[in-house]
Design a protein around this ligand. Sequence first.
Ligand code: PLP
Length: 387
Amino acid sequence: MRSLDDFAMEKLGAAEARGERRALVPTERLEGARVRRGAREFVSFSCNDYLGLSQHAEVKRAAAEAVARHGAGAGASRLVTGDTPLLAELERALARLKDTEDAVVFGSGYLANIGIVPSLVGPGDLVLVDALSHACLLAGSRLSGAREIRFAHNDLGEAERLLRRHRAEHRRCLVLTDGVFSMDGDLAPVAELSRLAGAHDAWLMTDDAHGLGVLADGRGSVAAAGSPPVPLQMGTLSKALGAYGGYLCASRPVCELLRNRARSFVYTTGLPPAAAGAALAALAVVAREPALTRIPRARARAFAAAMGLPEPQSAIVPLVLGTSERALAASARLAEEGFLAAAIRPPTVPPGTARLRLAFGAAHTEEDVARLAAALARILSDPGPAR
Ligand SMILES: *Cc1c(COP(=O)(O)O)cnc(C)c1O
């Protein structure tokens, strides 16, 4: 269709003009933190594989064994015939790690969030959400039809004022936040939010995509906050666990409700056996090797110290550079030195805060980190034409 292609080209052109057009780059992941793009190899600081488990021999073997035993795909939705036995085992392992009664596994973290939120609130209800929460929490909120109010990032005072003012006008209320913020690496004040939500009969839900496997010996952001009551603890199997899939850890009735009601659970094919097998093996590594889970943060801390940045709270360190052009130029200069650090631009981050988002992991050596810091110090102090 002519009008359709015209529409697509116009939108792409506008994104290009803003410096926000993006393109896929085929990337082969090699051993450790190295990746290959075309003929070039890099040390990557843009993978969320914090523990290197996507390349771990035991995890890969578990994925292969799951395929040999259960096949390549689940064949149907979980409520029909797609409930591979590995999934119940995986849900038990997640509940054990998070110390909850039960857990429910989804096809991805994104699918989890767009299924969970609309299952719990709808028109007439209230969603209070941290303004910097991940896109899929915001998508779940929008999809629910509840009234959504965003509070300024980590602003407990504003969250409390909003609850005082608006909670009573609504039936049910959800408070949503990332546990570790994906683009800034800072932590939500989970203990305080838990107290606040409890005082206002609101249900707190944390997204632990970047906390699981990294904080509190791998147990994540709620445990790192001292394990306050958080009735809805969501996360992904796709980052530190190196596999694929999403989950919610919660009480038995809540998990059972979601298995019945979340549309992104009911109307989609079950997680493939390979992903379930890999995630199970990865969880076993996390449970067995707390020392491994401490490395990503140690590397992030060493980098921040070398750069004179504040101490990071997670494995993520943002280097906010302002314009998209500036972030792209810094990323290109790093690539020349053999480092992959993707420029993160609007709309993923607010306008004017384009950045390099550096993710540290157990596969990075101390030397990788020192070399990255030295290269960045050179690049950022050079007022050359590239910028
Ligand atoms: C990556 C991410 C998700 C989505 O998880 P997937 O399993 O990749 O779909 C959700 N929330 C946050 C905070 C994330 O960073």
